[in-house]
Ligand binder design. Sequence first.
Ligand code: BGC
Length: 561
Amino acid sequence: MTDILDARWPAVDSANPGGADATWWRQAAVYQIYPRSFADSNGDGIGDLPGITAKVPYLRRLGIDAVWLSPFYPSALADGGYDVDDYRDVDPKLGTLQDFDAMVTALHEAGIKLIVDIVPNHTSDRHEWFKAALAAPKGSAERDRYIFRDGLGDNGEQPPADWQSIFGGPAWEPVGDGQWYMHHFATEQPDLNWKNQEVRSDFLKTLRFWSDRGVDGFRVDVAHGCAKELPEVLPSQAELDAMENADGTHPLWDRDEVHEIYAQWREVFNEYDPPRTAVAEAWVPTPQRRHRYASAEGLGQAFNFDLLEADFEADQFREIISSNLGQAKEAGSSTTWVFSNHDVVRHATRYGLPPRGGAGTKQGTDWLLSGGTVPQLDAETGLRRARAATLLMLALPGSAYLYQGEELGLNEVADIPEAERQDPSFFRNPGKDIGRDGCRVPLPWTSAGPSFGFSDTTSHLPQPAWFGDYSVEREDADPTSTLAFYRQALALRGTLQTDEELEWIDAGSTDVLHYRRPNGWESVTNFSTRSRPLPEGEVLAASSPLGDGTLPAETTVWLKR
Ligand code: BGC
């Protein structure tokens, strides 16, 4: 293992990690850090930037190529930091700009790139622009940076439309003078008006601000939402829902002119050497629409959530892999793969929940709504499948996005008491949505002690007692742990990654997926619950212990011939 690590990381020029390689992102393994829940350095129960810097050796040993850092900007945390007060500063709860610089230097010295989250669809309601908009009259330049409309009724006392926000509840909020502002997400997240030139130029300034500080790329939040075209008479929510939104003409989502914004951003990215990269979060209806965000004239890459939404099922995986590789090739981009992030139930848990409608139907995360210890969870099956799916994914061409804690095999925490919950989607959907706090519980670094080594004190979201069993300390000492498995797989991936080609091999069984990369590296996954014959070859890695000459149920193996 040491040899592999040493071969992979020659001495790094910290001013220019990765040299001028402009394609580093195409097949990178990117690890998402949700900073408030990663590591706390100052004992206030909230993770911070010095906490990340202190864990750079851990990240290096894990074997990732880049970190994607979720928002660390000043924020009241109405939506976990996606409500940004100031795009060009660090939240004092998380550190300072100097701490940011120190973190960048430490990551770069370890050969790790940094992608930061940028949130262009909305600011927070504490942003100076929004405060100015509230203080200014109707029709003012200050209000033009946001989406204001007159309310209906004699005095504008009714909302301009019955639109629902993504987090539940109304999407229009009154400001007391007959006008209302629009927010796709929480009330504290007013949507920006991207027709406003000042909004456009200020974001270019922000992109340069962070690029000049050494940031290597950006993850663009809600990239498909920025361009809007609101007609004089607003449609109802039912009319909006009925509109076809695969042709770029929906008033709110995935409009064609959104790409003008990103073409301007691309010009800024290309001012740097190597050019800054970007990945779009764009929930759009077709891969064709998605790849418009991934064009070389635009953001360059877009998230593909198809595997995240799939069942653990061979046919679904094969179809998703083939179509996404084909589409990405056409767009001149590389695809992305992801199973877990800060918005979804962790995949070790998803795969261990009973199907919603009985055998053969989708895994139902609504089981989690029952809370408690999630008696329905079959943790062993969930983890076995999660490891198999991850190993399959790590051999694919394209970028692999990993979410903090999945390398420990962590499960979702379902039983956070209501009083300690933070996610607005929980509060805006009582009884219907458990919210996203369960995947954002601070990491367990040690097996015991206050907040399992995350902080010197209680963590900002409560950790369950079983977190200690998944701690870094415990897994570090166990060669069969999920952490050891991720380290081994990532180290191998770094040495095996090659041309972005994949060839399917007929496995002679519909529930086995077998593919080969151009250098002879093969991945075989048995999706069934019975063991299958193990193809010939040198075994490089396996997601579960192998039987004698067989590929166990729900297991992936990497082979080299
Ligand atoms: C982020 C979410 C966030 C939302 C609003 C997303 O897609 O991933 O965490 O709540 O955008 O910013």
